[in-house]
Design a binder for this molecule. Structure first.
Ligand code: ZN
Ligand code: ZN
Length: 340
């Protein structure tokens, strides 16, 4: 039996599903300030419901440390795939990589484990992670020359305080955010504070400012600076260079350098303008302080000039109307004399 009064269904031709559905992965993750590419990849994977270890298969990566390797070199086909599926432009991806404005020689080696006095590939500040809305790892935490957090004035960590493993998010098989240790599940945001002396913190900051300003181009001056920094453990640890040491050992080297009686160890024998800048930054205890001192100096000079200008006797302004009146009178007298 058919219902005569029932309205006939409206049939219209609509767009194909594939035309309206986006090719992109469901959740877009926006890179954060100074975020490391691998950190962004782990967050991207987690936001889209894929554990990092499985996400490596999506990108066809076989190496254990697949994401830290991508921080150094991102093959063109992966950059294209990531850009197409996330909407993040290729230059934004490149800005998260390590070669962008960081000296390669000072980066921590890709070491997944090792003795506790040896370096691991990545450091972190638990206070920074705790303050982040979306906890993430910074590019500058990959530098061997960084041992403290300027914001929280504490020493960085390079191991989970619970199981002493290095950060191994790349190997995480469960769907948990990257601030939980991949080995034991400890929440890295809960790690206690490790102190560092003010002198060591200041030197750490100055070294970072100097590296940032000099840009570490392939100049003799930059090469000499990198050599000096890598040799920092000389005299404290017999065989090690800076990048092979744990954060605790490097912090010890920096504290030792901060108290060295010869304060020109970073510049001795180097007469370049860059070396003079280094001395100024070290003397001012940081680039920001140096700029503040310059600004203070300029302000004082401006005030002095203003004060001098006020005390100088100014000539009386000319009364133009009176001058023109006098001129007209003289001219009139002359005309009368000529006509008489
Ligand atoms: Zn911090
Ligand atoms: Zn752990």
């Amino acid at each position: 039996m058919t219902t005569v009064d029932a309205p006939a269904p409206t049939i219209s031709i609509r767009e194909h599903y594939r035309d309206v559905a986006s090719d992109r992965w469901p959740v877009t993750v926006v890179p954060q300030a100074d975020e490391l590419l691998s950190s962004w990849l782990h967050r991207l994977a987690h936001a889209n419901g894929v554990p990092p270890r499985a996400f490596a298969r999506v990108l066809r990566r076989n190496a254990v440390m697949w994401s830290p390797a991508l921080d150094f070199r991102l093959p063109g086909e992966i950059a294209k795939l990531l850009s197409a599926n996330t909407g993040i432009a290729p230059d934004e991806l490149a800005a998260m990589m390590l070669p962008h404005a960081l000296p390669r020689q000072l980066l921590l080696p890709l070491r997944n484990g090792g003795h506790r006095t040896e370096s691991t590939w990545l450091q972190f500040c638990s206070y920074c992670l705790a303050e982040d809305a979306q906890p993430y790892f910074r590019r500058r935490w990959r530098l061997a020359t960084r041992v403290s957090c300027s914001k929280h004035s504490c020493r960085l960590r390079d191991r989970c305080p619970s199981c002493q493993s290095c950060i191994a998010v790349f190997d995480q098989a469960e769907l948990v955010p990257q601030h939980y240790c991949a080995r034991c599940g400890y929440d890295l945001r809960r790690a206690s504070r490790i102190g560092i002396s003010p002198a060591a913190r200041q030197l750490d900051r100055c070294i970072d400012d100097i590296c940032r300003l000099e840009g570490m181009r392939n100049t003799p001056s930059s090469r000499s600076l990198i050599r000096r920094l890598l040799n920092l453990p000389d005299g404290i640890y017999s065989t090690a260079n800076l990048i092979s040491l744990s954060t605790a050992a490097r912090a010890h080297c920096i504290a030792w350098a901060a108290n060295r009686p010869d304060d020109d160890w970073l510049t001795a024998g180097d007469e370049t303008a860059a070396a003079q800048w280094r001395l100024l930054i070290l003397a001012a205890k940081g680039h920001r302080r140096l700029i503040e001192r310059f600004a203070d100096c300029l302000e004082k000079r401006r005030e002095l000039r203003e004060r001098q200008a006020k005390t100088t006797v100014q000539p009386k302004p000319v009364d133009v109307a009176a001058l023109l009146g006098a001129y007209a009178r003289v001219m009139e007298r002359g005309r009368r004399r000529r006509s008489a």
